[in-house]
Design a protein around this ligand. Structure first.
Ligand SMILES: [Zn+2]
Length: 416
């Protein structure tokens, strides 16, 4: 009994002490580059945060509203989740920061004891909010829920993230449409840089890391200009923003390729909102360490499963008498316990278990993919793994069409 009471008292103290010592000894080296791949720009790394160490490359399941849709923390732990995402804009609107403060922050509110990254809300202000007025120090807008007036800028976004107590806070940026004219794109980049400086000046939660976000669309000059200016600021990591906003895949890859050469090797790089399994492999090969994407749980709700060969529709008639799991060698709970025939039935009669099990499988698939990538980077076999994975993965028709259009455009104008 004595030892239990003792452990309970000392544990948070020790944790804090260890973290502070680590901060001291590693100085600003929160990210440790362990290995680089000989055949690509892929990197194997380790990021230390207040709630634990993250092995990279890493996939971060998205818990926008303080919950990874349909999955509980026990399941997330079981499938090897290292870090989840929360969202500043959504959580500030509901439940609101008074409730969040009363709960003692986001970790306690959602009972998640590992690292959390919070998006700054910049993306939602520009994608969801109905009426908005951009000002020098932020954006005046109306809530997408009830139209109530709100103001969010660098100071407000950092204050919310400080109160949420996330391990990684994101700078407040402006995310333009991918096809915005060059002059507008430049304005966005300058505003994003101005706001980034302001974000760095704000107080943080204890041990909180802050990442800057680069913009510039698929304009090489603007991406370079933004990345260089951002890297002069003292951020703990860098994100490539303005991707996954409706642009075709080749443009998304370009945005990353135009940014990556200007990012420092000793800090983590995060591509926001990406991507499909094949895109993740290709983005790792382009030097990205961190990813988040709603796809695993979003497509689960349509009855779609991700596999190493591409997506399959579990609802389809041909699965009616399929007594095999979604993927033979998958070790997720759904594949170890249920057949496609059963899951198809659940989805067709709208039983919640069906979409839960598809969410379990899809999330596990993304996490397992990153585990394999890390393993192959450790073993020096990433290039072979990449080649085999891409050869075996069938992209969606939409992605194939985008690639074909891009190849045609390249042939017509090789200088692009
Ligand atoms: Zn599975």
């Amino acid at each position: 009994m004595v030892s239990q009471a003792w452990t309970g008292t000392i544990d948070p103290f020790l944790k804090k002490l260890c973290f502070l010592s680590l901060c001291h000894y590693t100085s600003e080296r929160m990210f440790e580059l362990l290995k680089t791949d000989a055949g690509s720009k892929a990197r194997r790394g380790r990021l230390t945060t207040a709630h634990g160490v993250i092995e990279t490359p890493v996939f971060m399941p998205v818990g926008t509203q303080a919950s990874v849709k349909a999955l509980d923390p026990r399941e997330l732990h079981e499938m090897g989740t290292q870090i989840v995402l929360g969202n500043t804009y959504h959580l500030a609107i509901r439940p609101g920061m008074d409730i969040m403060n009363e709960a003692g922050g986001l970790h306690r509110f959602m009972n998640w004891d590992l690292p959390i990254l919070t998006d700054s809300g910049g993306f939602q202000v520009f994608s969801l909010a109905k009426i908005r007025k951009i000002q020098q120090d932020g954006v005046e807008f109306r809530s997408h829920l009830d139209g109530s007036p709100l103001f969010l800028g660098p100071k407000e976004a950092m204050k919310i993230q400080r109160e949420l107590g996330s391990d990684i806070a994101m700078a407040f940026d402006q995310c333009p449409n991918h096809d915005a004219p060059a002059s507008e794109m430049k304005e966005t980049v300058d505003r994003t840089l101005r706001w980034a400086r302001l974000c760095l000046e704000q107080p943080r939660a204890e041990g909180q890391l802050v990442f800057g976000i680069g913009q510039g669309g698929s304009n090489a000059e603007l991406r370079e200009y933004c990345a260089k200016a951002l890297c002069k600021m003292d951020f703990d990591g860098f994100a490539i923003g303005g991707v996954s906003v409706g642009e075709p895949e080749p443009e998304m890859m370009k945005a990353v390729e135009y940014t990556e050469p200007f990012l420092p090797a000793d800090k983590a790089r995060y591509a926001m909102g990406l991507g499909t399994p094949a895109q993740l492999v290709e983005l790792v090969a382009r030097g990205v360490d961190m990813f988040d994407c709603v796809l695993p749980t979003r497509v689960a709700r349509n009855g779609t499963a991700f596999t190493k060969k591409g997506t399959i529709s579990i609802k389809a008639g041909y699965n009616k008498r399929d007594w095999n799991p979604i993927e033979e060698d998958c070790e997720c709970y759904a594949c170890r316990h249920f057949t496609k025939a059963y899951l198809r039935h659940l989805l067709n009669v709208d039983e919640i278990l069906g979409l839960r099990m598809l969410s379990v499988h899809n999330s596990h698939m993304f996490l397992d993919l990153m585990r394999n990538i890390r393993l192959h980077l450790d073993n020096g076999t990433f290039s072979e793994y990449r080649r085999e994975f891409i050869a075996g993965y069938t992209p969606t028709l939409k992605v194939l069409e985008q690639r074909a259009r891009h190849a045609e455009a390249q042939q017509e104008s090789p200088s692009n």
